[in-house]
Design a protein around this ligand. Sequence first.
Ligand code: PEP
Ligand code: MN
Length: 337
Amino acid sequence: MIIVMKPDHTKEDVLNIINKLEDFGLRAHLSEGEHRTIIGAIGDERKLQEVPFLSFPGVEEVHPILKPYKLVSREFKSENTRISLNGNVFGDKKIQVIAGPCAVEGREILEEIADELSSLGVPFIRGGAFKPRTSPYSFQGLGEKALKYLAKVREKTGMMVVTELMDPRDAVLVAKYADIIQIGTRNMQNFRLLTEVGNIDKPVILKRGFSATIKEFLMSAEYIVSEGNEKVILCERGIRTFETETRNTLDISAVPLLKQLTHLPVIVDPSHAVGRVDLVPPVAKAAVAAGADGLLIEVHTRPESALSDGAQSLRPNAFKKLMDELKLIAEAVGREI
Ligand code: PEP
Ligand code: MN
């Protein structure tokens, strides 16, 4: 349920409602926007059926939220959530770009890649320190050593660090080094992990599970936001279908659909969606045309010797070409990149 307050409501009116919700075992989520103050009732709304909130002082409107996800829904908040990191805003006109290797493989190679990206003005570097590999025998990541290399890159280039958290036990460690914490596709429904990042004051990129519906995706985002962390960026990265020519199938309609259903920023990872370097640029363009707020792209200076995902990693020159071409697409849909 959403309770919209009148413009001239008092603090006491708000407290009164919060107390009432708590009396019924629900939690209040207060959203004090520029124009309106809204109180979201979190919990089992059926208990509120008999409470005449409309006759409470200061209350203008009362709306039930019909969707199972509430805090992340557009019904709850109509304007876009903007997540700003040093002036780089997700959910605004400018499309944000995150690029880098699949995994941090060593200090020198990371710096080589970072120097290329930094010279192209890319604000965010990505790189896994903890890698969720399908095989236990594949490269698992360098752990804290990798996080330290990423932090060194940030110090040297000013680029902000995006890296994956796989295990709640590593949450404090990863949060210490990351500017944005990534939750991977395989962990989209690791509810313990979601709760953990919901209690960290850092933006989170939540990747769509490769077999998750849009509703399940949004329910996972709801887990994070309901814990108090509202800085969630959704990432469509392809879903599993019967097709085997591509690694996954990019659900392009997920972008405009999510933008309708939620106020959270939506980005696209074309690299994991297609798994093939030749298809990354056209799919990235489609993502921008469809209204994505950002792109997450794997880039490597030596993809032939990459320890993971070399086949889908763009070389810096191909990445640069893509960025130039994307400018036209962005402009055509009223955006900037
Ligand atoms: C990644 O971005 O490094 C990654 C493992 O992606 P996903 O979780 O989408 O497979
Ligand atoms: Mn990868």
